[in-house]
Structure formats: structure tokens, C-alpha cells
Design a protein around this ligand. Structure first.
Ligand SMILES: *Cc1c(COP(=O)(O)O)cnc(C)c1O
Length: 373
């Protein structure tokens, strides 16, 4: 029998041969979308800190104060020793920001999805998920034991076809989609999906990871999850909806029950960030404005969110383009399969409130000069 490391080395070589290995890079982030890697400074266009709030003085100060008051860690899960009083304040702020009756905070967006979905559906039930939903929604769907099918991206007639074929054979049905899709930046037709859900007696759950704090839209879904790790600039996940939903999930979500609560400093930072989001609509408008400036400069379809993909095809092309931009001082992530479909490797630009119009224009000029559009 080969030793574990021999097997892993072989696997690593296979990944490298397919340009599929991933590596970690120590990167010192700071205000103004700045990042320093191995002593070299970059402007980052690959960060989800859309509003720059992870570096905001009020947010940082709130975290510091909470550490002094409550200590560095939570001590146990939310249920076991009693939770930090900041949870109630944070959940009230989220429910209010989302216009929902109640909110429940999880350790991360990932934990929210893998906790909420299996709490709501199981064997004998049906999940219909948009083909492009995030990996953690799919992981939650798989964990649930329900029958899982995926409908073509944003394709209402395909969704309706699946409902027609399969709904009657299952007890409950849950439809999963995102408000803003994380790799393409496009948006789901939520009112139309909700109307279908209603017609077929299905529930709708949305993932608002890239919408919250950037693009708000009417959301009729009865189960709305999201993350505090992107525009909010901190860490944590949430689900909001009715009080009954919250009450039930506290008793039924394994990823809430069997994990330690968030550190008080993180709760306080999230609360401070939500306050800024509520008070500064002009800041919230900036990421979309910058993204639209970029797509207009390049003649691309008008950005619908802060995320703009530039699909280049093969992995080597996306990696080479990302490396070229790094030479010029810009951090732009190359996204490859399996994160995106085969042959759609791409540059993924994320625009932030901290980017200046001049920086966006300079980036667009480079992309034209390189002949990538
Ligand atoms: C980032 C992301 C998540 C996970 O959120 P975390 O808080 O980082 O765990 C879930 N869904 C989507 C669409 C995301 O982009």
C-alpha cells in the first residue's frame, strides 16, 4: 500500500498538470483597496470588502471596545453558556436592514447554508437549485437528503418544467437561487421565480452574499440568507424571514447548535458596519457605479452588481492575464473550474467604494491594450 503522502503527491501533480492547483499568498490588506504581497504593493480588484468597511476606523474601534469588554472568544456555542448580548443587537439590525421580521446569525454564510437547508427539507422532499448557485448551497442541499435537481441558470421555463414534472411526487419543495451570482455578477429574476414557487406550492430561499450592502432589490423569498463577510466587512452568516423561521432554526440547525458562537469583537464590528451602511447610501452606491464605469469603458454588458467577469476560456489564458495584471500592480483573481464551468476560466473583477474613477479607467485601458476585449 502506498503511503498517504505518496498518494497526495500524485494527486498534487495531477492538479498542477491541469493548472488546477491552488496556493495561498500572505497578503497585507489596508484601506483604499491596497494590498501588499511579498513586499510589492497592489490595488486589489479581487476583494469582496465592497464598502471598505473591514478597514473603517469606527468598525475597527467597535471591535477593540468589545474585546476589552467581553474578551477575545465566545466560550461555547450560542445555546450552551448563554450568548453575548451583542447578538440580539446584531440580529435586530440585520432584520431591519432586510425589512424582515427576524434574523438569525450563524458562524459564516457557509454554515448558514449547510444548517438551514437540511433543517427545512429532507428525504422525500425536492430541491430545485439554479445551476450556478454557490458551492455551500449545494453542500446544504446534499446534506439534506432531499432529491436535488438543478435548473438552467435563471431559466424560468426550465424551472417550471421541473416543477411540473416533479413537484407532485414530493412532500415539500425548496427552490434555491442567489440574488447576485458570485462569479458572473448577474441577478436572478426574483419576482418571477417567487410567482412560480407560489403556483407550485414551493418555498424560495435566496443567497444575498453579493447583494447586501451593494444592490438592494425587492426580495419576495420567505427564506433569505446572506453573509456578514463581504460588504459588511466582518464575519458571520445570517438567515432572515419570519419569527417562526428563526425560532425553528434555533432548535433544528446543526451548524448553529454544534459550533462555537462568533467572538464578541466580530459581532461589534458587524453592528458598527451595519450602522454605516444604513447611514451612508452614497457609499453603498459606489461599487455599482465603479463597475458600470468599467463595463461602459470596455463596451461590455452594463454591470448589474459590483462583480464583472471577463471570460477568457482556457485556464492558462486566465492565469496569464491575472499574472500580467499583477506585474502592472493590480490584483485580479483568475477563477477556474470547478468554481466555474469548464472552458470559462475568467478574470473576476470586484469593484469597491474605495476605487477611484481614475483607477478604474486605468484598468480598463490596460485591458483594451492587452486585447482581452
Ligand atoms: C461568500 C459566499 C458564501 C459564503 O459566505 P461566508 O460568510 O464567506 O462563508 C455563500 N454564498 C455565496 C454566494 C458567497 O459568495
Amino acid at each position: 500500500m502506498p503511503a498517504l503522502d505518496d498518494i497526495l503527491q500524485q494527486k498534487n501533480q495531477l492538479l498542477a498538470a491541469g493548472l488546477k492547483s491552488r496556493t495561498l499568498h500572505a497578503t497585507h490588506r489596508s484601506a483604499g483597496a491596497q494590498a501588499v504581497r511579498a513586499g510589492v504593493s497592489f490595488i486589489s480588484f479581487s476583494c469582496n470588502d465592497y464598502l471598505g468597511l473591514s478597514q473603517h476606523p469606527q468598525v475597527v474601534e467597535a471591535a477593540r471596545t468589545a474585546i476589552s469588554e467581553y474578551g477575545a472568544g465566545a466560550g461555547a456555542s450560542r445555546l450552551v453558556t448563554g450568548e453575548c448580548p451583542l447578538y440580539a443587537e446584531l440580529e435586530a439590525a440585520i432584520a431591519s436592514a432586510k425589512g424582515q421580521e427576524a434574523a438569525l446569525v450563524f458562524g459564516s454564510g457557509y454554515l448558514a447554508n449547510i444548517g438551514v437547508i437540511p433543517a427545512l427539507v429532507g428525504r422525500g422532499d425536492l430541491i430545485l437549485a439554479d445551476k450556478w448557485v454557490h458551492a455551500c448551497m449545494l453542500d446544504g442541499a446534499r446534506l439534506s437528503g432531499a432529491t436535488v435537481h438543478r435548473f438552467a441558470h435563471n431559466n424560468l421555463s426550465h424551472l417550471e418544467f421541473m416543477l411540473e414534472q416533479q413537484r407532485a411526487e414530493h412532500s415539500h419543495c425548496l427552490i434555491l437561487t442567489e440574488t447576485v451570482f458570485s462569479m458572473d455578477g448577474d441577478r436572478a429574476p426574483l419576482p418571477a421565480i417567487a410567482a412560480l414557487a407560489k403556483r407550485y406550492n414551493a418555498w424560495l430561499m435566496t443567497d444575498d452574499a453579493h447583494g447586501f450592502g451593494v444592490v438592494g432589490a425587492e426580495n419576495p423569498a420567505e427564506i433569505q440568507m446572506g453573509t456578514l463577510s463581504k460588504a459588511v466587512g466582518g464575519y458571520g452568516g445570517y438567515v432572515c424571514g419570519s419569527q417562526a423561521l428563526r425560532d425553528y432554526l434555533i432548535s433544528a440547525s446543526r451548524s448553529l447548535i454544534f459550533t462555537t458562537a462568533l467572538p464578541p469583537s466580530v459581532l461589534a464590528a458587524n453592528i458598527a458596519a451595519l450602522r454605516i451602511i444604513a447611514a451612508e447610501p452614497q457609499r453603498v452606491a459606489l461599487p455599482l457605479e465603479r463597475a458600470q464605469q468599467f463595463t461602459q469603458a470596455l463596451g461590455l454588458p452594463l454591470a448589474q452588481s459590483a462583480i464583472v467577469p471577463l471570460v477568457l476560456g482556457e485556464n492558462d489564458k486566465a492565469l496569464a492575464a491575472s499574472a500580467r495584471l499583477a506585474e502592472l500592480g493590480y490584483l485580479v483573481a483568475a477563477i477556474r473550474p470547478p468554481t466555474v464551468p469548464e472552458n470559462t476560466a475568467r478574470l473576476r473583477f470586484a469593484f469597491c467604494a474605495d476605487h477611484t474613477p481614475n483607477q478604474v479607467q486605468a484598468l480598463a485601458d490596460i485591458i483594451r491594450a492587452e486585447g482581452w476585449v
